[in-house]
Design a protein around this ligand. Structure first.
Ligand code: F6R
Length: 239
């Protein structure tokens, strides 16, 4: 695993954006695995800025996102589709027809997961998978105790995750209890993994995930077995 220590959040975002941008420059038709959440916001802002300057071209890129809340429509500002559209897709020249997320409006969980697996198989191997790290060690919505061999599946969110995501909703009751997520098997099949982490509140879980034993209780710990992982974290998270 390569570890890049960034001074602060902005430095982390720039360093990680450089890695994604090199990927797109070297292979314009890359398949990018993308994440939502607070951590990648600065990275997406940076990519959009470089696109504006003419340094990046997303016209041949395909994207597949990690997860989506079950029950939220694309128009719902809390849906991950909306997040991706607002923070990246509408700001760059990506072909909307080549941006994929699980369909949160599909009420039949098996169908939603099967459909997304089919999409993932059809786009081919992910060139670089961007990940954030949950306070409980989750990656995507693969919560502690998750089976390492799964592809896309429907999960019940852990209480800690519901509380952590509460900040985006008016009330805790509004936070969806279920989500569709890429499984760890799919995440691990990406050619490269880029994980971004920021803040002192993540220092404990960074230590457990990357320097502790590999266990389903800390889903991100499985990344220790991936041959090409880059962790970009700020000093606070690496403390
Ligand atoms: C987002 C996702 C989650 C987040 C994680 C960290 O698509 O799958 O695993 O990456 O919850 O979230 P933030 O960055 O908000 O701390």
């Amino acid at each position: 695993m390569k570890i890049y220590k960034a001074k602060d959040y902005n430095d982390m975002s720039r360093k990680a954006a450089n890695i994604i941008s090199a990927q797109v420059i070297l292979k314009p038709d890359s398949v990018l695995g993308l994440a939502t959440g607070s951590t990648p916001l600065g990275l997406y802002r940076q990519l959009a800025e470089w696109y504006e300057k003419g340094d990046l071209d997303f016209s041949q890129v395909t994207t597949v996102n990690l997860d989506e809340y079950k029950g939220l429509t694309k128009e719902n500002p809390q849906s991950y589709y909306y997040f991706m559209h607002e923070n990246l897709f509408k700001k760059v020249n990506i072909d909307a027809g080549r941006t994929f997320l699980p369909d949160g409006t599909e009420a039949d969980s098996s169908k939603a997961c099967e459909d997304y697996n089919q999409i993932l198989h059809s786009v081919g191997r992910v060139d670089i998978q961007l990940l954030g790290l949950g306070h409980n060690g989750h990656i995507g919505f693969n919560e502690p105790g998750s089976v390492f061999e799964k592809e896309t599946h429907c999960v019940r969110l852990a209480d800690q995750t519901i509380k952590a995501n509460r900040r985006f909703f008016a009330t805790e009751e509004e936070v969806p209890r279920e989500a569709y997520t890429m499984g760890i098997k799919t995440i691990m099949s990406a050619r490269r993994i880029l994980i971004v982490v920021s803040g002192a509140d993540k220092a404990d879980i960074v230590k457990k995930a990357f320097f502790g034993p590999i266990t389903p209780q800390v889903p991100a710990s499985i990344l220790q077995l991936h041959p090409d992982v880059t962790l970009v974290a700020d000093e606070a998270a690496l403390a």
